[in-house]
Design a protein around this ligand. Structure first.
Ligand SMILES: [Zn+2]
Ligand SMILES: [Zn+2]
Length: 231
């Protein structure tokens, strides 16, 4: 199965579930990437250099890593590595003479600041972005035509706002653009209706009415503004 065939299959599946399909798939893929990193590649010198240059992982991927079971040794090795480099920079830097003028001290501090700054991006972010690009290209490439993804997309909750924007930046075809925006409009109307229903049912006059899908509409709507899986 090629990457594109697998992505098409997985997108169809993810469109039938709640939330942004790209976020859902990238989360699963990134989890697999991090597992693989911890269990297979933790001693890979090239990867370790990338992690050191990035000064570790970003906050989101650090949380994901720290919550993986049995990861403590791999993460200790990574943390040792990055902190070793930070320590080296901090210990080898020149210190200003006790009577140094303020500007001189600021220059020396700027030197250490530059050495502590990340020289590269979080490797998991780089991976996740490549996967986002793949899914968005497959979505746009297979939206129209017989057995295309449009019907599933129209019935879904749509893309989150960040992925909708990324999709718009990648679209190259007028008919695909119209289909993309049409599906997002339909999803947006349903979202607004659910939010209105949630707000209405919080009125004491209607509080005995049973809850439906609108029960967690606010949580899904907030998540769709920033992307990622629902907390
Ligand atoms: Zn998304
Ligand atoms: Zn990251």
């Amino acid at each position: 199965m090629t990457d594109n065939t697998r992505a098409l299959h997985d997108l169809r599946e993810a469109l039938s579930q709640s939330g942004c399909p790209v976020c859902r798939l990238v989360e699963v893929d990134t989890g697999r990437y991090l597992d693989n990193l911890l269990w297979e590649n933790v001693n890979d010198p090239g990867l370790r250099r990338e992690i050191r240059r990035a000064r570790g992982f970003c906050r989101e991927h650090t949380r994901m890593l720290a919550s993986r079971p049995g990861a403590s040794l791999g993460l200790a090795l990574i943390a040792r590595d990055v902190w070793g480099e930070i320590q080296h920079a901090t210990e080898t830097v020149r210190l200003p003479a006790p009577k140094a003028r303020q500007t001189r001290a600021a220059d020396i501090a700027a030197g250490l600041l530059a050495r502590l700054a990340p020289q590269g991006e979080c490797p998991a972010c780089v991976y996740a972005r490549a996967m986002e690009d793949l899914y968005l290209d497959v979505l746009l490439g297979h939206l129209l035509g017989e057995d295309g993804l449009l019907a599933a997309y129209q019935a879904s909750e749509g893309l989150c706002l960040p992925h909708f924007r990324q999709a718009l930046a990648r679209v190259r075809d007028g008919a695909v653009y119209a289909a993309l925006v049409g599906a997002q409009r339909a999803a947006g109307q349903r979202r607004l209706a659910e939010l209105d229903e949630f707000i209405r049912k919080n009125d004491y006059r209607f509080r005995d009415e049973p809850w439906g899908r609108e029960r967690d509409a606010w949580r899904r709507a907030l998540t769709a503004l920033v992307g990622g899986l629902m907390p």
